[in-house]
Design a protein around this ligand. Structure first.
Ligand SMILES: [Zn+2]
Length: 271
């Protein structure tokens, strides 16, 4: 059995123009802070962790005052660990991070028993944590006791990406390096039991509308959060090619509330 659910931990209404270049400033869209929970047989794992129980303290410590007007979240925050508690599901064995930015790693502290898997390139980002939206936060990743593990990609191309990692060896969950937004960002293809296909692209793009237009992020965001603009543009080009080749594939950006609304939220599963 392969299924997933979107655990939305918090949301924020934002102007579309703040999300991508050419977006409409007169139109409001919802920015989600989601974790994706995937169940493969008896194993339960997360792709990103959303906002966690400690996010207020983490934000106070590591979000510089000048960035706060642009990078916020709205209460209430309902952490993934809280939503999963009492669900009767197996414990979360591992968390795979699309990348180590604050709004993806905040919930790590809430799963002390889980291994945290990132690309070797992202380990370097994690080795130099610092405040601000462009890096990994000391309050989230510099704490002792996190069981870091490195994803090992094989030189096996997958959907035009040069390397890949078939997590269970059955093709149902395949990770691909998508370096650009951070130097070690990864994406995840999931094929559910019903043979529906999804591509979780992390923060390579913030919205499906941006993807349709091939647009990058709103420029101040691009400058602040995209580590390598050219590499990010190349990744966006590849996502567009994959989508063209597989029109039935659903691309799920980490923050796109519109796309995620259509799939529904935990405890609703996509099978
Ligand atoms: Zn990010």
């Amino acid at each position: 059995m392969v299924r997933f659910a979107i655990i939305n931990t918090a949301s924020l209404r934002v102007r579309e123009g703040m999300v991508f270049a050419g977006g409409d400033f007169g139109r409001e869209v919802t920015n989600n802070f989601s974790a994706i929970v995937v169940q493969h047989g008896k194993e339960l794992f997360l792709f990103d962790s959303g906002l966690g129980a400690q996010v207020a303290a983490q934000y106070r410590q590591d979000m510089p005052a000048w960035q706060r007007p642009f990078f916020r979240y709205d209460d209430p925050v309902v952490p993934a660990a809280v939503q999963l508690a009492g669900s009767g599901l197996p414990p979360v064995s591992r968390i795979i991070l699309s990348h180590s930015h604050w709004d993806h790693a905040s919930g790590l502290a809430d799963f002390p028993g889980a291994e945290v898997w990132v690309s070797p390139e992202e380990r370097e980002v994690l080795g130099h944590p610092g405040p601000g939206v462009g890096g990994a936060w000391p309050s989230q990743v510099a704490t002792a006791g996190i069981k870091w593990r490195s994803l090992k990609f094989a030189s096996v191309p997958h959907e035009g990406f040069a390397r890949s990692l078939d997590l269970f060896g059955d093709g149902s969950v395949v990770l691909v390096p998508m370096f650009g937004h951070t130097s070690g960002s990864v994406g995840m293809f999931v094929t559910t039991s019903a043979q529906r296909r999804f591509f979780f692209v992390g923060d390579a793009v913030w919205s499906a509308a941006a993807l349709a237009e091939g647009a990058g992020k709103f420029w101040p965001a691009r400058v602040l959060v995209d580590h390598d603009a050219d590499a990010t543009a190349a990744v966006i080009g590849q996502i567009r090619r994959v989508r063209k080749a597989h029109p039935e594939l659903v691309v799920v950006p980490a923050h796109d509330g519109g796309v995620q609304d259509r799939l529904g939220y935990f405890p609703k599963w996509v099978r």
